[in-house]
Design a protein around this ligand. Structure first.
Ligand SMILES: NC(=O)C1=CN([C@@H]2O[C@H](COP(=O)(O)OP(=O)(O)OC[C@H]3O[C@@H](n4cnc5c(N)ncnc54)[C@H](OP(=O)(O)O)[C@@H]3O)[C@@H](O)[C@H]2O)C=CC1
Ligand SMILES: O=C(O)[C@@H]1CCC=N1
Length: 275
């Protein structure tokens, strides 16, 4: 029997599946519950990783102490409705752009709420994840959130105002790194990412840590993963990475193109907050 509390993952798409695939190793399959509207995606995770499937959102919420929302920002409201007033739970949203303020307003400010941004390198235990919490999150719950994401890689706590920037650099960043891998040397790529992270307001130590972990994780996953499929999976439909990748269409694989990709991804995160 695992000593971990039960974690429920809502949404078994690119990121929900990536989290499940590696979290299962340290957390224990019997403590992970999954739900997706698309039963095929949910069933695939149940089959491959022996995690527990449930038949609806209410079932998942009742079965778990910690609930990770891994649906697209555009789909989040239905999920938030089920979590309204559930101050007995720890709610973790990984949706790009969705602010603690918005989420708290929908589910109630007393509900312990974490905004987190992992990346797809979680599949190989090499995610770089940032975490921000609302005022209702108690110290042990912060530790739980950190342990969940430490199970799939590295974790930093950041101020929420840096979350959209983090999303561009570390959430979408793996797609940009993969896209440029064969055409730009990695020192140049690193320098541009660090420069943009500093411009967003990260201090130098944090900027370098986040960029180095993101680059190392992407290099690790690409050893055994098709590059184009990987890029596609980082690109959530209508999300920050898609917006960033568009920059390369006009600016091509240049330093200027990468800077603009990172900035466009950050801008898109800001737009998603208003959907
Ligand atoms: N992809 C990535 O690298 C990263 C993504 N994220 C964030 O993770 C979230 C998910 O992104 P991603 O995995 O790419 O998206 P996907 O579309 O691949 O996965 C989301 C899944 O959630 C399902 N879904 C939609 N509504 C519900 C609902 N009410 N209940 C249960 N399941 C539902 C979707 O089904 P259907 O397709 O039928 O709508 C889909 O299977 C986004 O908010 C994104 O910002 C964060 C970090 C990195
Ligand atoms: O493209 C997106 O919107 C998500 C968030 C970060 C990576 N993928």
């Amino acid at each position: 029997m695992s000593h971990h509390s039960a974690v429920g993952i809502i949404g078994c798409g690119n990121m929900g599946a990536a989290l499940t695939e590696n979290l299962v190793k340290s957390w224990g399959a019997d403590r992970i519950f999954v739900f997706d509207n698309d039963t095929q995606k949910q069933n695939a995770l149940e089959r491959h990783f022996r995690v527990r499937g449930v038949s609806g959102l209410d079932d998942l919420v009742d079965s778990c102490e910690t609930i990770i929302i891994a649906v697209k920002p555009q789909d989040i409201d239905t999920v938030l409705d089920v979590l309204k007033g559930r101050w007995d739970k720890l709610v973790v949203s990984i949706a790009a752009g969705m602010t603690l303020r918005y989420l708290s307003a929908r589910i109630g400010s007393r509900v312990p709420l974490v905004r987190a941004m992992p990346n797809l390198n979680a599949v190989v235990g090499a995610s770089m994840t940032a975490i921000s919490c609302n005022g209702a999150v108690a110290e042990p719950q912060k530790e739980t959130a950190a342990r969940v994401f430490e199970s799939v890689g590295s974790v930093v706590f950041i101020k929420e105002e840096l979350m959209n920037a983090f999303t561009a650099v570390a959430g979408s960043g793996p797609a940009f790194i993969a896209y440029l891998m064969d055409d730009m040397d990695s020192e140049t790529v690193r320098d541009i990412f660090v420069k943009e992270a500093l411009a967003f307001g990260f201090d130098p130590a944090a900027a370098e840590f986040i960029v180095d972990k993101t680059m190392a994780g992407t290099q690790k996953i690409l050893q055994n993963f098709d590059r184009d499929i990987f890029i596609k999976r980082v690109c959530s439909k209508g999300g920050t990475t898609e917006a960033g990748m568009e920059a390369f269409v006009t600016r091509h694989k240049t330093a200027e193109g990468l800077s603009e990709a990172i900035r466009a991804a950050c801008r898109r995160a800001g737009e998603l907050a208003k959907i």
